[in-house]
Design a protein around this ligand. Structure first.
Ligand code: FAD
Length: 351
């Protein structure tokens, strides 16, 4: 059994929640502090799509990340009786003949067999969406119900006296001793998403805040048993409501939903359907993206008890459970962090 240490986690987005759960499972003491200013995990559609359609490639390390994520969310949800991991088929409506040809070429390759359903006559003639070049179904895709996940997980930590609902005060931390508000922690793990910009020890990391807007609509005549995709995703939420999105706007911390954002999403939706829609909700959030598009994790170069886990970008729900496991192995057992994700690529680039 691991020696018990006490860790303070700043931020209860998907990053902090995944690390906190895995530390508690290993009999560690955990305190999470969160100020309820979430601008990403709560806004996200929570989709897990194993395929990058533009290039018809697999999502980065999806073969490792996906089974881990499925187990993690299913088991965590089961602890409070909530179902948060939902399998769903994604139906890609091809945007060109070239894309359909790519699919045909890839569907017979063993490395794609877990994700691409071989094209059928029915897929090519699918008539519940605008069909210019046929469609293909992605299996092993899923979504996490964002709000039930965050609320369920936060309650779970609260009942274990492991959640404090307030802002972390950077000036109250002694980085040399790990002391914060008269408690000495063995490690402080910063998972603040884009609010890392306020962090005196890690604000120099090259975060590229990426705004995203997302709509909830009511519509009829759109499939409710699968998620349509072309230029945007359409995630069925039951009773004729759908989440559709999203937009990408780089280098802004502004979280105000805009008319331009809504117009862009609805214009993209028109490539899938001509059905009338009613917008019933509109949100904007900020994805914590690192310039080189890889997460960032590891210890501060001077204060070895301060850690960062950030940069989950547009795929936090897929990446966080597995990478939190790698991070925890580093924290407790000194397992080295993959160079591709290590904070040292920015702090000691020539090491
Ligand atoms: C529109 C949109 C759609 C998305 N869709 C998807 C999707 O379909 N699939 C997917 O995988 N990902 C999606 N994402 C991306 C995903 O949301 C992120 O990758 C992920 O949520 C990042 O999580 P995080 O925990 O690093 O940061 P955050 O979710 O931002 O969490 C940081 C937490 O830290 C807290 N905090 C910050 N500073 C302090 C402080 N000083 N004191 C106390 N607490 C603090 C905040 O309140 C917040 O709760 C989407 C994002 C957006 C914006």
């Amino acid at each position: 059994m691991e020696k018990q240490q006490h860790f303070l986690i700043v931020g209860a987005g998907v990053a902090g929640l995944c690390i906190g759960k895995q530390l508690l499972d290993l009999n560690q003491r955990v305190t999470i502090i969160d100020n309820d200013q979430n601008v990403s995990t709560n806004i996200a559609a929570g989709m897990i799509n194993p395929i990058v359609f533009r290039r018809m490639t697999k999502s980065w390390r999806v073969d490792e990340f996906l089974p881990f994520a499925k187990n993690f969310y299913s088991n965590f949800g089961a602890e409070w009786g909530g179902k948060i991991f939902h399998e769903i088929t994604i139906r890609r409506m091809f945007s060109s003949q070239q894309e359909a040809d790519f699919w045909l070429e890839k569907q017979s390759k063993p490395e794609f067999s877990a994700y691409l359903t071989p094209l059928s006559e029915e897929d090519l003639n699918f008539d519940k969406a605008i069909n210019d070049f046929g469609s293909g179904r992605v299996k092993n895709s899923a979504y996490i119900a964002a709000i039930p996940f965050v609320e369920g997980a936060k309650n779970w930590f609260e009942t274990r006296n492991s959640l404090i609902k307030e802002s972390f005060d950077y000036s109250a931390l002694n980085p040399s001793t790990g002391e914060y508000n008269n408690i000495r922690y063995d490690g402080i793990i910063f998972c603040e998403g884009v609010a890392i910009q306020n962090n005196p020890w890690f604000s120099s990391l090259p975060i590229n805040p990426t705004k995203g807007e997302i709509l909830t609509i009511k519509a009829s005549g759109i499939p409710e048993n699968e998620s349509l995709n072309r230029k945007c995703f359409v995630l069925p939420m039951g009773e004729s409501s759908f989440r559709i999105g999203s937009t990408y706007q780089w280098n802004t911390y502004n979280t105000v939903p805009t008319k331009e954002g809504a117009d862009e999403i609805t214009a993209n939706f028109r490539f899938l359907s001509k059905e009338p829609i009613a917008i019933i909700d509109h949100h904007a959030g900020i994805r914590p993206t690192i310039l080189d598009r890889r997460p960032v994790m590891g210890a501060h170069e001077k204060y070895s008890n301060l850690f960062v886990f950030n940069g989950l970008g547009a795929k936090g729900y897929l990446l966080a459970p597995f990478l939190a496991g790698e991070f925890v192995a580093h924290l407790l057992n000194g397992v080295p962090i993959d160079k591709e994700m290590s904070v040292q690529r920015f702090t000691k680039p020539n090491a």
